[in-house]
Design a protein around this ligand. Structure first.
Ligand SMILES: [Fe+2]
Length: 609
């Protein structure tokens, strides 16, 4: 029996917990726990995600051969889902009452002292009695070992496996393996980089995969503070760290050059690059209060713009140096920092870069998939078998919608009261509605994995109507006014809508692109008003046939080959997973108005009052 035949259950159990099942070199299913619990980024043991993956794949726990677990460090605060529980004010409290005394007064501090009655927002399943609310630094070695053992025993018990069946992998190794095997790059040497806010004590790592898929780690360190500093900039601007960094990125283009200067100069003083290594200024006392002091007289947009420029410039230098060092021009980038789609555009624009791939969901939710692939490597599959590991090709890895769920939706009193079921082909009906500047919620086929809605759990609208932005913001999403929407464009027409960038794979909204001047009128509602970029999504006829067909129908009527596409959720909640979530979280909310809904092959239209 080939090792590829083994069925592997991947688990990540810190924030953005998820589960994945890999078999025969293919990701059969991957789901984030947040979608089941309906708590954004929830952490802990992903019991709901595991059950959903088993249900989707029609497998049983007894069919699983191995467990691949991401994260060598068992950190109680993460296992107890702290980042999904804390509010903005709590993050500020941590800085004032934990970090400040620690770094400036040399005091011993404990996070449990400021959250004495800590209650996780989601269900982490791990026991609060067994796990003290502590950060890793607060634990001594025996405590660390005890907690690590508790975690393993818990997982073995819940999955009905032996502890010896569980294989644990380093956080950044999981980022790297996920991105490599998700990519289409086979038979060629690639440099794989990861960068995040910290995982298993590391901020940045560099690996190389040769043309046979042989992996070698070149570097791993906790000097590349781009991620944690950007998060603290987010907090400084009074947005939630580890979640709202994309809002800083969206704000950045509004800044004038002279407003950015002080921020850039300070940030340059705290980090330098020598070859493939970052060097943090040893005089930097802490991440947050150093920024507060240095940037106290700066404008908010200048801070955002300066931080984004600093991030982009550092990444460009780092990637360029890695290319020189590794002698390969094929780049793979993953980790939380790779969610910065503007920085990804800058890297892809480097002359030295020949090909670049950023996978969907490059943050910690994909560690479960990375762990599965790291395990295959550990089990020493043959060179030829490695080539059988299939690229992701698409991100529709989640739950499908059952006939019963569709029936339940159709017969739900809220739907019967507010909507008419319309006869006809849903995509053609949708095209007409879009032309009429109506909004459509789509909930059909398998759910996307990762933070982007790519046409299966999406809200779509006419991209040429500027009124659409305020209509969606005011009647559904409650988004921040400065954040642009994104377009989904059929793959054959992408090249006519954006400036040439054939190095990137635009399948997953992991890059922005410069819009073509003659297309800006058609896509006005999806273009950043200050830099004219678009976080474009290329819609594949093969992998997203129903969404491709819908856009094609609209193209025929309007001459526009794309739609505005935003995630199907209400502000602060995870993306909708099941039709019933759409009712519970959107349709019953006062003020929410969705003109049309597609549930698989059914089309519902809002009744006229
Ligand atoms: Fe990470």
């Amino acid at each position: 029996m080939s090792l590829l035949d083994k069925i592997i259950l991947g688990i990540t159990d810190t924030h953005d917990a998820s589960a994945a099942i890999v078999h025969n070199g293919k990701v059969l299913c991957a789901i984030s726990e947040e979608r089941i619990q309906r708590v954004k980024s929830t952490g802990g043991f992903p019991l709901g995600a595991i059950n959903s993956c088993l249900e989707e794949t029609k497998l049983k726990l007894s069919d699983i051969d191995y467990i691949a677990l991401a994260g060598t460090r068992a950190v109680p605060v993460n296992l107890l889902g702290i980042s999904s529980t804390l509010e903005l004010k709590d993050y500020l409290k941590i800085q004032e009452k934990i970090r400040k005394p620690k770094f400036y007064e040399n005091k011993k501090t404990s996070i449990s002292s400021i959250f004495p009655n800590y209650k996780p927002k989601g269900n982490p399943f791990y026991s609060l009695k067994e796990l003290p609310l502590k950060e890793y630094r607060e634990l001594n070695q025996p405590e660390r070992e005890k907690i690590a053992q508790y975690r393993l025993n818990f997982i073995a018990n819940k999955t009905k496996k032996q502890v010896s069946d569980i294989h644990i992998f380093d956080h950044h190794l999981c980022h790297i393996y996920y991105a490599y095997y998700a990519s289409p790059f086979r038979n060629k040497k690639v440099a794989a980089l990861s960068l995040d806010g910290g995982g298993d004590g590391v901020y940045e790592s560099i690996s190389v995969f040769d043309q046979h898929g042989q992996h070698k780690r070149l570097h791993a360190a906790h000097e590349g503070i781009l991620g944690p500093i950007y998060s603290m900039i987010t907090l400084l601007l009074r947005m939630k760290p580890n979640e709202h960094e994309f809002k800083v990125m969206g704000l950045a283009p509004y800044a004038k050059e002279y407003h950015k200067i002080a921020t850039k100069n300070f940030l340059k003083s705290i980090l330098s690059i020598k070859g493939i290594k970052f060097i943090k200024n040893p005089k930097l006392k802490d991440f947050y209060f150093s920024l507060v002091e240095a940037l106290q007289y700066e404008r908010f947009d200048g801070i955002a713009g300066g931080a984004q420029d600093w991030l982009e410039e550092n990444l460009a230098t780092w990637v360029s140096n890695v290319i020189d060092y590794t002698n390969t021009k094929n780049i793979i980038f993953s980790g939380g920092v790779a969610l910065n789609v503007k920085a990804n555009l800058v890297i892809s624009s480097l002359n030295k870069v020949e090909n670049i791939f950023v996978p969907p969901g490059s943050g910690d939710e994909s560690l479960s998939i990375g762990a599965c692939w790291a395990l295959l490597d550990k089990l020493k599959i043959e060179k030829e078998e490695k080539k059988k590991i299939q690229p992701l090709n698409n991100s529709y890895l989640g739950s499908d919608i059952s006939k019963k769920e569709i029936e339940d939706f159709k017969n739900h009193p809220v739907i019967k009261d507010k909507y008419n079921l319309i006869k006809g082909e849903p995509n053609k009906l949708a095209a007409k509605a879009l032309l009429n500047n109506e909004i459509i919620a789509i909930c059909r086929n398998r759910m996307e994995f990762g933070p982007r809605s790519l046409g299966h759990r999406s809200l779509i609208a006419n991209p040429s109507s500027k009124d659409t932005v305020s209509k969606i913001n005011s009647s559904i999403k409650g988004r921040d006014f400065w954040m642009p929407f994104a377009p989904s464009i059929i793959e054959d027409e992408i090249k006519n809508c954006i400036e040439d960038n054939s190095k990137c794979d635009f399948s997953y909204m992991t890059f922005t692109a410069n819009s073509k001047v003659n297309k800006r009128k058609d896509f006005i509602a999806t273009i950043h008003p200050y830099d004219s970029t678009m976080r474009v999504h290329s819609v594949s006829k093969k992998f997203a046939p129903s969404f491709y067909d819908l856009i094609s129908c609209f193209y025929k009527l309007s001459g526009i080959p794309g739609v505005l596409n935003t995630s199907l959720n209400i502000h602060g909640k995870p993306i909708i997973m099941k039709p019933i979530d759409l009712i519970n979280e959107l349709l019953v909310v006062e003020g929410v108005k969705i003109d049309n809904i597609i549930i698989n092959n059914l089309f519902f239209k809002l009744k006229e009052i």
